[in-house]
Design a protein around this ligand. Structure first.
Ligand SMILES: NC(=O)c1ccc[n+]([C@@H]2O[C@H](COP(=O)([O-])OP(=O)(O)OC[C@H]3O[C@@H](n4cnc5c(N)ncnc54)[C@H](OP(=O)(O)O)[C@@H]3O)[C@@H](O)[C@H]2O)c1
Length: 297
């Protein structure tokens, strides 16, 4: 399986890279090697490498900044995924793409299913939804994995911020009225590779992805709030002595409203691929096992 990975230096991209190497030759490109805001560069790169599977782990993920850079967010998240999909289709290949809980407005009283109507609250969510539609419209065999609250030891994320501030401050005020599943980049990478192994075992990778094409929710199991996620992180790290005070999202100023309910229903992934990611608590423990005892990241 010849693979082209974009966003190779991001949280999910860097977790994927070492695992993908067991499947076949991997060309792993960061933004320096392939800028997804340049459609012609995407086409030329895909033509040059001729991958069987493109995995698009790149995205414009700065949710607040997207409000002031909407054109760039739409180019990277809304247009590029469709260009990647078309380029893969020309080679009779397939695309794996990632999307987000932020395509929803969070008003549902239950976990969101894949066929619930998106209604993004900001530019980032709108751009990611556009990207999903562009991939599906291309007709190229593609799997779109929507995930949520991604963290890991690599990159900038809530876990890293809490590990730092938990040592520096006495008190942290953390939002208690947004619900979702913190999802470890390592779990996303493991699940993606497990599904690609099924494709490989079928003897027809593109055919397998064509047969299963569509949107899937892919998060760690269970749900929590940012506040209880912070407390769970600190429970693993005795050096994080900050006290956590719950606050409503309305007291945390930000240019974009976040969904109050980010929970995604993972049943479709389990049914189609017999694939279930570990609970968020288990994944957090697995992730933190990668840290030396009582060390700051
Ligand atoms: N992070 C989350 O909480 C979250 C939640 C739900 C869904 N997701 C989705 O999960 C996927 C993976 O996200 P992640 O958390 O791994 O994101 P990430 O850590 O921000 O990584 C994204 C990567 O994309 C690269 N990138 C940005 N603009 C680019 C461009 N114009 N051309 C090429 N590469 C570019 C970034 O490079 P630079 O570092 O140089 O900018 C970065 O390496 C994305 O589809 C994202 O939308 C993420």
């Amino acid at each position: 399986m010849k693979i082209l990975l974009t966003g190779a230096q991001g949280q999910v991209g860097s977790a994927l890279r070492p695992l993908l190497e067991s499947l076949g030759p991997v060309t792993a490109l960061g933004r320096d090697a392939l800028d997804l805001s340049d459609s012609e560069a995407i086409r030329a790169t895909v033509r040059a490498h001729r991958p069987q599977v493109i995995i698009n782990a790149a995205a414009y993920t700065a949710v607040d900044r997207a409000e002031t850079e909407p054109d760039l967010a739409r180019a990277v998240n809304g247009i590029a995924p469709g260009v990647l999909a078309e380029a893969a289709g020309h080679l009779d290949g397939a695309l794996i793409h990632y999307s987000t809980d932020y395509v929803f407005d969070g008003s549902a009283p239950r976990p969101y299913r894949e066929d619930d109507a998106p209604h993004p609250l900001g530019v980032y969510g709108q751009s990611k939804w556009l990207g999903e539609q562009a991939v599906l419209a291309s007709g190229t065999p593609a799997l779109i994995f929507r995930t949520s609250w991604v963290y890991g030891l690599h990159g900038a994320n809530f876990l890293k911020t809490m590990l730092r501030l938990g040592c520096e401050r006495d008190l942290l005020r953390v939002v208690h009225d947004q619900w979702g599943a913190p999802t470890w980049a390592g779990s996303i990478a493991q699940a993606t590779v497990a599904i690609l192994r099924q494709a490989e075992a079928s003897g027809d990778v593109t055919g397998f992805i064509r047969q299963h094409r569509g949107v899937y929710h892919m998060t760690n199991g269970g749900a929590t709030t940012w506040c209880d996620f912070a407390r769970a992180i600190f429970a693993h790290r005795p050096e994080c002595t900050a006290r956590v005070e719950p606050i409503p999202a309305s007291e945390y100023p930000s240019p974009v409203r976040r969904p109050a309910n980010s929970r995604l229903d993972n049943h479709k992934l389990a049914e189609q691929f017999q694939c279930a990611l570990p609970s968020w608590q288990e994944a957090l423990a697995q992730c933190l096992a990668g840290l030396p005892p009582a060390a700051k990241p």
